[in-house]
Design a protein around this ligand. Sequence first.
Ligand code: ZN
Length: 309
Amino acid sequence: MAVVVSERLARYGFGDGHPFGPDRHAAFVREFESRGLGKRVQILEPRVASYEELLAFHTPQYVDFVRERSATGQGFLDGGDTPAFRGVYEAASIVVGATLNAADAIMSGECHRAFVPIAGLHHAARDRAAGFCVFNDCGIAIEVLRKRSGLDRVAYVDIDAHHGDGVFYGFEDDAGVIFADLHEDGRFLYPGTGTSEETGVGPAKGTKLNLPLPPGADDEVFAREWPKVMAHLERFDPQFIILQCGADSIEGDPITHLKLTPGSHGHAARELSQLADRLGHGRVLALGGGGYNRGNLAQAWNAVVENLL
Ligand SMILES: [Zn+2]
C-alpha cells in the first residue's frame, strides 16, 4: 500500500477560505499520522505530469489556455467556480503526476493499492475546467493505463456527492471504461447530470451505471445501493479499479445534502479491494475527490486507507 503525501501536492487549492483550500492536505495528514498509518504504508512523492501526459485526456487548446491563465493568475478557468491563480498549471500538473506515480507503483508491482488525497478531479472535461477541477487526473490515468500498460478494461467507481461528469462524458461511448457512480440526485446538486437512464452510448451502452441518491440519503441507503455497483463491476472483469472517494457525501458537508458516515467509504474500499483480489490482480487506486468539511475528509479518507490496507 502506498500513499502520496507531499507539500507539493497540498499546493493545489484556491486560497484560504475557499472550500477547496490548500489546508485539505494537512487535515488528512494529521489524522493519518495520529492513527499511525504513516508507518504502515510506503510514502510516494508526486511529480509534474508532462504536457504529453495531459494531452492523453485533454485537448491542446485547453491545456494551453490553462498555461496562459497560470502565468497571469487572473480570471476564471470556467464560468466562475474555478479561479485561476499564479502557478495553477504546475499545481494541477502535480496532482496528475501524483495519480500517475501511484498508478505506476501499482502496475510495476511495488504495491497493490494506493491512495492520493488531493486528486480525483472528476469534473474537468476534455476541453474545459469545471467545479474546482483543472486537469482530470482520473481521465488521464485511465488513458495512460490503457496506452502504456495495455489494459483493456478499467473500472471507475465514484462515491463523491457530485456526479463524476468529466469522467462520464469523457468516456460515454468507450466500452473499455466500466463506470459506476453513486451521487446526490442532479435535480438537487451540481452538476445536475447522472440520471439512471444514462448508461453509456453506442458500443458502450450498458457499461455505465449511475445511481442518484435522494438528499439526506444515509448509510442504510448506501448499503442498499452498493451491491448494484459490485454486480456491475463483476460483469466486466476489470483489470484495474479506480475509486474516487469524495468525502462531501458525509453528513455535515457545507455544500451537499447527503448523510453518509465514513463507514460507507471504508466499506466501499474494502469491497473493491476484495473484488480486485478475487480477480487476481489486487489493483485499487483511491483518489480523494471532494469533501469540504475538514474533519469529514480526514475521517473518510483515513477509513479508505485502513480498508485498502
Ligand atoms: Zn464533490
